[in-house]
Ligand binder design. Structure first.
Ligand SMILES: Nc1ncnc2c1ncn2[C@@H]1O[C@H](COP(=O)(O)OP(=O)(O)OP(=O)(O)O)[C@@H](O)[C@H]1O
Length: 211
């Protein structure tokens, strides 16, 4: 009988890292893959889970940064923590030393439970955070920066100056494209994504199942 995936070294037939700049359309794309039957693992969600109240991750943060970064509701006070790491590279390094290994373990555990033929791991900072080794392929969602800016302002109400600041702090478009095995271009209507996702899904299925 199947043990239910308790072996954390178990992996589906293909693991694809999905990345792209902010508001490039990663969520829009990953939802389409999910609808076609891919397993989608969202590292942002796992990153929140490993520092949720009651976790060893949150305890480690409290120990390093003090109770100032914990809200009265017991949750991590993200704006307070952001302020602490903003100007202090050592604080950022310490925070990442706490969170990154825990996120990686959570990803491995989630991958081990995947029953679909292949998995997409959504990693916004795939390039920056050194995730590449885990992936069999890298899929980049590429959008022109003007479009990202427009979507960011529309979706989050971000003001133009802040949008420019966020965009310029990210890995640049060419660096991202340089690590891509596959690219989805999201520069137009959302309907244009459907065909691109369907083509890649077919290829990924064939690769994962060897057919
Ligand atoms: N082709 C498109 N046409 C119209 N709107 C789009 C298109 N692609 C994405 N959007 C919209 O742009 C915004 C950003 O897209 P989405 O949330 O998928 O990006 P993301 O890369 O997941 O963002 P983040 O990096 O912030 O997590 C959303 O409001 C989404 O509905």
């Amino acid at each position: 009988m199947d043990s239910g995936g308790s072996d954390s070294r178990r992996r589906p037939g293909l693991v694809v890292g999905l990345t792209g700049g902010i508001a490039s359309g990663k969520t829009a794309v990953s939802r389409r893959f999910e609808a076609l039957g891919a397993a989608v693992i969202d590292t942002d969600r796992l990153a929140r889970a490993v520092v949720a109240p009651g976790t060893a991750g949150l305890d480690a943060i409290r120990e390093r940064f003090g109770t100032d970064v914990i809200g009265t509701n017991g949750h991590l006070d993200r704006p307070a923590l952001r302020q602490r790491i903003f100007a202090d590279p050592f604080a950022r390094r310490d925070l990442e030393a706490i969170t990154h290994p825990r996120i990686r373990t959570a990803v491995a555990e989630t991958l081990a439970k995947v029953r679909e033929p292949y998995a997409l791991i959504v990693v916004p900072l795939l390039l920056e955070a050194g995730w590449i080794e885990l992936m069999d392929r890298v899929l980049v969602v590429d959008a022109p920066p003007d479009r990202q800016r427009e979507r960011l302002m529309q979706r989050d109400g971000t003001d133009p100056g802040e949008a420019d600041r966020i965009l310029s702090s990210q890995a640049d478009r060419q660096a991202r494209l340089a690590i891509a095995d596959d690219v989805i271009t999201n520069d137009g209507e959302s309907g244009a994504l459907d065909g691109q996702v369907a083509d890649l899904h077919d290829r990924y299925l064939r690769t994962a199942t060897g057919h």
